[in-house]
Write a protein that binds this ligand. Structure first.
Ligand code: FES
Length: 111
């Protein structure tokens, strides 16, 4: 099973969890209390699931689609490491992935 490590905005390790193969990264993050709103539930219409992929098997992830890249243009603090968590499926060939919350992330669903 992929080992996913979640990091806070400041780089502090928050949690390390095993992901059942086939789990969507956004769903895993929300189950484990990460501050990702995911308000459009994967329709690529919000970018509130923006994360930074900072290590692990990042090269094993499929390239972002044009639609994902377009939506990332609207994400605060976006960089070359940016991805939409709703578009990342965690498959068995991914041994590990390090996921950091981007600058300015605010989970409005917790207000
Ligand atoms: Fe809206 Fe990912 S949940 S773009």
């Amino acid at each position: 099973m992929p080992q996913i490590r979640f990091f806070a905005q400041d780089g502090t390790l928050v949690e390390s969890v095993e992901a059942p193969s086939g789990t969507r990264l956004l769903d895993l993050a929300q189950i484990h209390g990460q501050p990702l709103e995911g308000s459009c539930e994967g329709a690529m219409a919000c970018s509130t699931c923006h994360v930074l992929i900072i290590g692990g098997d990042v090269d094993k992830l499929p390239e972002p689609s044009d639609e994902e890249e377009d939506m990332l243009d609207f994400a605060v603090g976006a960089s070359r490491a940016s991805r939409l968590a709703c578009q990342i499926m965690l498959t068995a060939d991914i041994a590990s992935l390090d996921v950091r919350m981007p600058p300015g992330v605010i989970d409005m669903s917790r207000k």
